[in-house]
Design a protein around this ligand. Structure first.
Ligand SMILES: [Zn+2]
Length: 293
């Protein structure tokens, strides 16, 4: 994965600590020493990526780090210390990571998550009232169960470590995070990026992964839905396909054709909707690929 910004945590705090020189009692001095030592070790944590809503960060933990948690949830660490975290579209201003180091010491890192300016469209019509029909819910329930089951799959794919590529190039017809407000009432935001393309156009895996869902018949909203796990809680979903070229359980390589664009499910025209999640966080695929060129 390629990121645009690198942040090393603890460095600003260290500089601030170095600038302060006060006479300290032995207890205070010991505490300060311990904190400084903790920070020194913490400095060995590297981060690349963007501290923004919908953003992803790739991290590097010092050798021997025992455990990591991010906002209370455990974060697995790969053999070489690499790990991944991400910020939900609606993430608040701050998040906290706690690491237990080799010597048992715990260190904390605070993230300042920059808010995004989402594309918001105010429309002067009321949001459809009445809710979904019983017939729709009867059809929808098993579909949601399949989607949730696919998201629970944790493959040992290393795709999460790669630089992601665009599954297909074309006009971006819908941005991640955009939202309509119906007479003051917000609708749900757009969960992925839409890429317009002719029906039958091939799209490829943006990174290595394992197929966790390959719809056998079109889902009511998603149409022919394909889901891929990239490892470490990171996954992709591809919606509205006219054809799926891979099977559940199959390993796919970055750049390998996995399906063809269509307009199945709820779609106004042929396009590929690509959405990504890290655990429960909805993230912006563009922050993994960079702009299309
Ligand atoms: Zn879409």
């Amino acid at each position: 994965m390629e990121f645009r910004k690198t942040a090393i945590f603890g460095s600003a705090a260290l500089a601030a600590m170095a600038a302060i020189s006060l006479p300290l009692s032995s207890t205070l001095a010991e505490t300060a020493e311990a904190e400084e030592s903790a920070f020194r070790q913490a400095v060995k944590f590297g981060f690349s990526g963007q501290e923004i809503q919908g953003g992803v960060m790739l991290g590097d933990a010092p050798a021997g780090t025992q455990s990591l948690s991010f906002d209370g949830q455990p974060v697995p660490i790969d053999e070489d210390g690499k790990f991944i975290i991400a910020f939900n579209r609606d993430a608040g201003q701050s998040a906290q990571m706690v690491a237990t180091l080799e010597n048992g010491q715990t260190v904390k890192k605070f993230f300042n998550i920059a808010p995004r300016k989402w594309k918001i469209e105010h429309v002067n019509v009321a949001r459809r009232s009445g809710g979904p029909s019983a017939a729709f819910m009867a059809r929808r329930k098993p579909e949601l169960a399949q989607i949730n089951a696919a998201r629970q799959v944790r493959s040992d794919s290393k795709g999460w470590r790669q630089t992601f590529v665009w599954p297909v190039k074309g006009r971006i017809s819908g941005m991640f995070g955009s939202q309509r407000i119906y007479k003051g009432e917000p609708g749900s935001y757009h969960s992925g990026v839409d890429i317009a393309g002719g029906t039958g156009t091939y799209f490829v895996a943006p990174a290595d992964g394992v197929v966790t869902l390959a719809a056998k018949k079109p889902f009511s909203l998603e149409g022919n839905l394909l889901m891929i796990d990239h490892g470490m809680g990171l996954n992709s979903a591809f919606l509205h396909a006219s054809q799926i070229l891979v099977k559940e359980g199959q390993e796919v390589k970055r750049g390998e054709p996995i399906g063809r664009i269509g307009a199945t499910g709820r779609a106004t025209g042929p396009h590929l909707h690509w959405s990504m999640k890290w655990n429960n966080a909805r993230i912006d695929p563009i922050l993994l690929t960079g702009p299309m060129n």
